[in-house]
Design a protein around this ligand. Structure first.
Ligand code: NAD
Length: 258
């Protein structure tokens, strides 16, 4: 018996990195998995391999969200889990980050998560309840100097997640919402960010506090196992939480990385 048997789940940004790891674990645990991403080729290949459905989606499009949720409910009879995982990062300090990059990062991460919550809530309510899992970051807890816009976007996601949790609790909707806050996990995003930080002369990720404790960088399944727990009914009493998955990095280095 799978831990997600009978659940219909959408995972955004599922073509690689953490979203791919979520999709693989969700499929193994019995969920009906709908993977979405802008990268159609990579997403479709993984979906074919694990028996999931792939839908091309840019999370910035409101019409795209409406169509996706309508289609999932019509095809699969409801919606139980949404993982708002898609996100982007561009290196920039509060002085050097361009406004264009700031807007792009906010649109994909913060606006995309808002739209996902907005359209998932009524579908989950109709389905008898659900779990929304929003990928924030340790960047919303610590003041990371070299990814200013990313910090802002993740702060917005953290605060939105609390709002969604309280709104759904007060409405007795049986919908939970939590944010996950990873430190550095080895994915295409972190590998490319490490290169960009070094190229910009901002030091290394580890200098900036991206990793501490006994293990400096995590693996995608360190996060995917947490996502699985929040998606399953095992976490039925957890909502409105900010769950740090960072091997104590934020505790070791405090609120402002050295
Ligand atoms: N890897 C880490 O160390 C880390 C740490 C903290 C938080 N996070 C967060 O976890 C999430 C996943 O990160 P990752 O490391 O797997 O990143 P990644 O770059 O490896 O993968 C992200 C995926 O999102 C997709 N995507 C990008 N823009 C999109 C859009 N507009 N619409 C739909 N899909 C889009 C990409 O195509 C890609 O497949 C992100 O929200 C990221 O901010 C990652």
């Amino acid at each position: 018996m799978g831990r997600l048997d009978g659940k219909v789940a959408i995972i955004t940004g599922a073509a690689k990195g953490l979203g791919e790891a979520d999709a693989r674990i969700f499929a193994r645990e019995g969920a009906t998995v709908i993977m979405t991403d802008v990268d159609e080729a990579a997403g479709q290949a993984i979906a074919d391999e694990i028996g999931a459905t792939f839908v091309k989606q840019d999370v910035r499009s409101e019409d795209g969200w409406k169509a996706l949720i309508d289609d999932v409910v019509k095809t699969h009879g409801g919606l139980n889990v949404l993982v708002n995982n898609a996100g982007v990062v561009e290196v920039g300090t509060p002085e050097s980050q361009t406004y264009e990059d700031y807007k792009f990062i906010m649109e994909v991460s913060a606006d995309g998560t808002f739209l996902g919550c907005k359209y998932a809530i009524p579908a989950m309510r109709e389905s008898g309840g659900g779990s929304i899992i929003n990928m924030a970051s340790i960047a919303s807890v610590q003041g990371e100097p070299y990814v200013a816009a990313y910090c802002a976007a993740k702060g917005a996601i953290e605060a939105l997640s609390r709002s969604v949790a309280v709104y759904c609790a007060k409405g007795k909707m049986n919908i939970r919402c939590n944010s996950i806050h990873p430190s550095g996990i080895v994915t295409p995003m972190v590998i490319s960010m490490g290169e960009k930080v070094a190229t910009a002369g901002l030091g290394s990720l580890e200098d900036q506090g991206e990793g501490a404790g006994t293990s400096k960088l995590g693996e995608p399944n360190d996060i995917a196992n947490t996502v699985l727990f929040l998606a399953s009914d095992e976490s039925k009493f957890i909502s409105g939480a900010q769950i740090r998955v960072d091997n104590a990095m934020s505790v070791v280095t405090g609120t402002v990385p050295e």
